[in-house]
Design a protein around this ligand. Structure first.
Ligand code: ACO
Length: 355
């Protein structure tokens, strides 16, 4: 047995297939490039929820369902904000999620995250929450609700590429948490609350903010090698590198890098970041020659979310917004099995003393 359950098959799924050693990521049989370019976030959500909450729904109808979910969530916003304001954003979102079990369905839950996170960011800036425009796609409307005005198509497209790329990724720690909770027949909202809590850790979805902190701390090209060597000697983990499943190049990192390049020649300090990436990979391969450590999705997530104008403390909540659809699809799939997840532990503690 391994303490991290690596290689253990804990569920059957029709949702995403991830083979990290071969660089394969498939959503219901569609490759990542196709899902991002052809389906977008709403199309990917339609694929994931088909057969669970989205029977017969195409991209257009899912867009309308998510828009309606945001509209319904805005009507309940005061309750959300009442519990969440005055706390750090990530914690505020966690506290406000307690309202989710009262939300009716998957669309309302995803809508609540978009509206709630945008509203908390507005309140932080001393501005009033902006009502959603249910006719817009999630990415464009989310940025609009934060900024109070429509944003350009390029930024909305970049955020859409991000939301689509991370919408699901097999049995990630947060997704497993969602499935465990769903297996107890707790509500869908309860699954999302638990999954969010699992996501916030720096070994999972808490990594992208610290990626930018690392780039800031390195500062200039001349300091890259010395900074990396010092960090590795101290035993630090370099944020944005390594993955439990992706042992070769993570294709999601390349999709986000391409989306970032489309935003402009030096969007998100991409030139500097690419240099840090190159030298970090070299340093990791020198230090751990037997470990296949590569760039993970969080490295380019950090750069892309920064380039579309989101503050770094919003990165994990925005990841949750994207992944909420994956969590919901997995929770619904788990519910269909009707079987409680309840593994066993090997007891290695003391035995009763002989009298
Ligand atoms: N920097 C330095 N060393 C690393 C890194 C890293 N980023 N990642 C792994 N290692 C080292 C570990 O210290 C460990 O060394 P040891 O064997 O001497 O103790 C060894 O490599 C473990 O390698 P793996 O078994 O391949 O890694 P594991 O599956 O346990 O961990 C994880 C994966 C948690 C993502 C790890 O690579 C890490 O901490 N990365 C940095 C944080 C990060 O970027 N998280 C986001 C992940 S992506 C996502 O969740 C969406």
């Amino acid at each position: 047995m391994t303490s991290g359950l690596e290689g253990v098959v804990a569920a059957e799924t029709v949702l995403t297939h991830v083979d990290g050693s071969q660089g394969i990521w498939l959503l219901r049989g569609h490759g990542l490039g196709e899902v991002v370019a052809r389906f977008g976030y709403e199309g990917a959500a339609a694929l994931l929820l088909e057969g669970f909450a989205g029977d017969g729904l195409d991209r257009r109808r899912v867009r309308a369902a998510l828009g309606a979910g945001r509209k319904a969530a805005f009507a309940r916003l005061p309750r959300w904000l009442g519990t969440a304001t005055g706390r750090p954003l990530s914690e505020g979102v966690a506290v406000a999620l307690a309202a989710l079990p009262g939300y009716a369905d998957a669309w309302a839950i995803a809508g609540a995250l978009a509206v709630g996170i945008a509203a908390l960011l507005r309140v932080e800036r001393g501005a009033a929450p902006v009502p959603p425009d249910p006719l817009l796609g999630t990415a464009a409307d989310f940025l609009r609700m934060i900024e109070g005005a429509s944003v350009g198509a390029a930024r909305a497209a970049a955020l859409d590429a991000y939301l689509t790329t991370v919408i699901d990724n097999g049995l990630a720690a947060s997704t497993f948490a969602a499935r465990v909770i769903a297996s107890t027949r707790a509500s869908l909202g309860a699954s999302v609350i638990g999954a969010y809590a699992a996501l916030t850790g720096p070994l999972h979805g808490g990594a992208p903010g610290p990626v930018l902190d690392m780039l800031d701390a390195i500062g200039t090209r001349d300091d890259i090698d010395a900074w990396l060597e010092h960090a590795l000697r101290r035993g630090d983990r370099l944020m944005g590198f390594g993955h439990r499943v992706w042992k070769g190049r993570d294709p999601r990192a390349d999709v986000l890098k391409a989306a970032l390049h489309r935003l402009g020649p030096d969007a998100g300090r991409i030139g500097f970041a690419e240099e840090v990436e190159r030298r970090a990979l070299a340093a990791l391969h020198r230090k751990k020659p037997d470990r296949p450590l590569e760039t993970n999705v969080e490295f380019y997530t950090a750069l892309l979310l920064d380039a579309v104008g989101l503050p770094r403390h919003a990165f994990t909540p925005v990841f949750a917004l994207a992944r909420s659809i994956g969590w919901l699809a997995h929770a619904l799939e788990q519910q269909k099995t009707g079987r409680l997840i309840r593994p066993a532990a090997a007891y290695i503690g003391p035995q009763p003393q002989a009298a």
